[in-house]
Design a binder for this molecule. Structure first.
Ligand code: NAD
Length: 421
């Protein structure tokens, strides 16, 4: 095997690679495809001087990584966070390849990111940075090439600036270049809620498998952004009590169940959960150790690790975030018999509805929200049941079963297309 270049060699890359290597070995994957998929197809690093509001010029670093395009154009979010680095972006791009293949979408995986702290920047600075980043990665993106979407620290406004910048360079409106846009410029109904909605669809299926009823079940959710807050809302609607949630600052706990609509309104008004009056303040570590039915990590990578996985007191982990569990953490959850619904299955609702958005943009014909939610439910629950059946028949865990199904489809595509030249 080719050694992993130093630039990619981070903890998250090694974790994703370890999962891939284990699945490739189990599947007896073609050795040439195995070698190829351990590294991304393309990676672009960009440096962007941006004029800040105080007149200073600040230099930012950005990345766009395309992991594999055998199944179609590549697809993946753009992250704005101070810890963004090439290795993490490459790991997330690889994860997107497995996710798109598992859901049966005609996409390969990609990811992008800028090392910055969006919380410390004004909207004007963010807009300048986004436009410059889009111009820098312009040769790589496009509706038939690579389609960005929101991720941690980005949202529909960022997607609107990306779409506008790309469209100006082309000379006409190209809504299909990004997904997760505002509805008024070609966004899809249901996209904003899609990831959280999908997380809850699979969580409920997992509970059916474990023969746990929603009434009486409890959940804790780490991360209260797009995925975490919306998943919390749908959990409550499904009759599951959400007893603790957290953001990067702190967590809140209420054994009778939090009023999620109220918590969302509180966070929106104050940009923090601190001081929320109807819950006890807890730390993120305490949140993960809270006794409950379901733990949903919906923040960053590497949150469930060797040093804390033994503290979880739940029946099920549903991975809303990407790569939230390290290899060692995963081993501990497995030994303890905790049922894990892996990220590439659990949080695929976002990319599934992004696919619907892209199809609607290309067709210039927009669907009703009911139709979108029904199609999402159908795809994600079918994928869940396929993975569950395979995991039971082969006596492997859900992560290995998801990877195996995904890799088989990908390998077929690579073998059918052959080598160029
Ligand atoms: P977001 O920026 O909207 O929210 C992230 C949340 O995590 C924030 O509430 C933040 O305060 C919190 N957070 C950050 N560090 C934390 C920490 N150490 N402990 C607890 N909370 C912390 O991002 P998002 O879009 O909700 O994405 C969350 C995760 O879900 C990421 O891993 C992302 O890659 C993944 N994901 C997102 C989508 C999507 O459609 N947005 C789709 C698939 C996967």
């Amino acid at each position: 095997m080719i050694e992993i270049p130093q630039e990619f060699d981070t903890l998250s890359y090694r974790d994703v690679l370890a999962q891939f290597d284990a699945a490739a070995e189990w599947l007896c994957l073609d050795a040439n495809i195995w070698k190829r998929l351990r590294l991304p197809q393309r990676a672009l690093c960009v440096t962007m001087p941006i004029r800040m509001d105080n007149g200073d010029v600040h230099l930012f670093q950005g990345f766009r990584v395309q992991h594999d395009s055998a199944l179609g154009p590549t697809k993946g979010g753009v992250r704005y966070h101070p810890d963004v680095n090439l290795g993490e972006v490459a790991a997330l791009a690889m994860n997107m390849t497995w996710k798109c293949s598992l859901a049966g979408l005609p996409y390969g995986g990609a990811k992008g990111g800028i090392r910055c702290n969006p919380k410390d920047m004004s909207q004007r600075e963010l807009q300048r940075l986004t436009r410059r980043y889009t111009a820098e990665i312009f040769p790589l993106i496009g509706p038939d090439q690579d389609i960005p979407a929101p991720d941690v620290g980005t949202n529909e406004h960022v997607m609107a600036w990306m779409m506008d910048t790309y469209s100006h360079q082309r000379g006409y409106a190209v809504p299909g270049v990004v997904t997760g846009k505002p509805i008024c410029i070609g966004g899809s109904l249901g996209r904003e809620e899609a990831t959280g909605r999908g997380v809850v669809y699979v969580a409920v299926e997992g509970m059916k498998h474990l023969k746990i009823k929603c009434a009486g079940a409890t959940a804790v959710v780490q991360g209260f952004g797009n995925v975490g807050s919306i998943a919390s809302r749908f959990l409550t609607e499904a009759g599951i009590r959400v007893i603790a949630v957290s953001d990067s600052g702190c967590g809140i706990y209420n054994s009778s169940g939090l009023n999620i609509t109220d918590v969302i309104a509180y966070k929106k008004a104050r940009h923090t959960l601190e001081g929320y009056p109807y819950g006890e303040m807890i730390t993120n570590e305490e949140l993960l150790g809270t006794e409950c039915t379901i733990v949903i990590p919906a923040a960053l990578s590497g949150q469930i690790r060797e040093d804390n996985a033994h503290r979880l007191r739940c029946r099920m982990v549903v991975e809303g975030a990407n790569n939230p569990t390290t290899k060692e953490g995963d081993g501990i959850l497995k030994d303890r018999g905790i049922f894990v619904i892996p990220d590439i299955l659990a949080n695929s609702g976002g990319v599934i509805v992004s696919y619907f958005e892209w199809v609607q943009d290309l067709q210039k014909y927009f669907w009703k929200e009911k139709e979108i939610n029904e199609k999402l439910q159908d795809i994600i629950i079918t994928a869940f049941n396929r993975v569950l059946r395979y995991s039971l028949s082969e006596n492997i865990d859900m992560r290995m079963a998801s990877m195996a199904i995904s890799l088989r489809r990908l390998a077929d595509a690579h073998l059918a297309r052959g080598l160029y030249p």
